[in-house]
Design a protein around this ligand. Structure first.
Ligand code: 5GP
Length: 114
């Protein structure tokens, strides 16, 4: 079954896409937790970080390069931002198509609640 993210990438359902190339797609999170909350997603449907293979290295590197470009475009690069990839239950992963959260636009506090 394709995930909701696969459908957004293919244009089958609407998504606020802010960037797309041959390896990755980025779109705004439907429930933003910060003024900037963008999801950077490989076009290849990799369910979790546990499923990453060596052949995915270029795609994973592209995700970081795109995060940097989008942070600059959003005007949050200098003040700073956070990149998050959640994995499985303890990581709080909800959508099983790997994605990097780009969060910024306000102080984000501690990395984890104590
Ligand atoms: P996770 O918890 O898996 O790391 O994050 C999943 C993220 O996907 C959540 O922040 C959630 O708000 C977002 N999300 C879930 N469904 C949709 C959707 O249909 N469209 C968009 N743009 N984001 C979604």
């Amino acid at each position: 079954m394709p995930t909701i993210f696969a459908k957004i990438i293919r244009g089958e359902i609407p998504g606020d896409i802010v960037y797309q190339d041959e390896l990755v797609t980025a779109f705004r999170d439907i429930q933003p937790q910060a003024p900037t909350h963008i999801l950077i997603v490989p076009n290849k449907a990799i369910p979790t970080v546990n499923d990453v293979e060596e052949e995915d290295e270029a795609t994973l590197g592209r995700m970081i390069v795109v995060a940097k470009k989008l942070a600059d475009r959003e005007g949050i690069a200098k003040d700073g931002y956070r990149l998050i990839m959640n994995t499985n239950e303890h990581g709080g992963q909800e959508v099983f198509h790997i994605h990097m959260h780009l969060l910024g636009g306000r102080p984000l506090g501690r990395m984890l609640s104590r």
